[in-house]
Design a protein around this ligand. Sequence first.
Ligand SMILES: *Cc1c(COP(=O)(O)O)cnc(C)c1O
Length: 376
Amino acid sequence: MEFRDLRKQYQALKPEIDEALLSCAASGGFIMGPTVAEIESQLAEYVGVSHCVTCANGTDALALALDVWQIGEGDAVFVPDFTFIASAEVVVAKGATPVFVEVDPRTFNIDPDALERRIAKVKAEGRLRPRVVVAVDLFGQPADYDRIIPIVESNGLLLLEDGAQGFGGAIRGRRACSFGHIATTSFFPAKPLGCYGDGGAIFTDNADWAARARSLSLHGRGNSKYEHVAIGCNSRLDTIQAAVLKVKLKAFKDHELNDVNRVANLYNELFDGVVETPYVPEGFLSSWAQYTIKFHTVEIRDRVKADLAAKSIPSMIYYPLPMHLQPVFAQQPHDEGLSRGWGRIKVGLSIPINPYLTDAEASLVVNAIKESLTNN
Ligand SMILES: *Cc1c(COP(=O)(O)O)cnc(C)c1O
């Protein structure tokens, strides 16, 4: 069994994918071009925003957003304590200070009450200028934007939605990557919408920010190719990846998002009364980048993981360390509350999920976990 079955997906989409790859090769056009423009407009339309600017990966997308807003030294950027490193890494890379915020252990997403407290504290201390809230749509589920957006607005901050894992999720029909003033996503192969290598995008309704992000991604390009108005970088989505994404976005819209939710619903039923299953609030839709269950203790979780491995069932610990315990952030400001919250989220285990997982495979996983719990 595979964790995220990209080979099965390829077999399902093979004629269209092969055609996309070969026609890109035959065209001789590998950088930018109409295919990139087409996927950008399709992505923007799907998400429900005016502008999509693709780039080389989801980390660059975050960095570009911070550069568009000229975030740097002396700026506080609020980041959930539990996320993939990129959400916080880019903040430090720009010279700004990440202020880590507890996540809600039920959703694994940033806790709005803790966010409010942390913003007030940074303001009261007066050492840093609060600028940006990074909200991550972890494991495929949108963060609690009903609460986050008013907090961001009343404090005069900017909202950066890290939708690397959240593409396809929604709150009452409004899609992920449309909640932030700028939102980003990643097309890393294992994400809900993945390409065949690295890729990323930013989304915004603000035309000036989109234009600036585009310019920065093309070496700070001005009105013509060799006129440069800013220090930028080289961050483009390869044409071949755009071609793959056009095929995959169609499958994602046509059936994959539904199929992965069918698998999640089956897991929810089969796990009833066995383990703590993911909490999806009323009105929220997850795109299930991960399906993460919780055990009573880390020891039980680790034994189950080992028993699954013995049966060749892959499982993953996302993530073994929160931001405030990462060695690289040892010098960043920490708050005691972070350690308290961590105790309730570190018992998670992510199990195989993807649109192509069969009911039989899901039952196999659940039975193996039940058996492990009984034997232990
Ligand atoms: C994967 C991921 C990123 C970075 O995306 P890349 O394309 O790998 O650079 C950023 N944030 C989160 C939450 C992610 O999961």
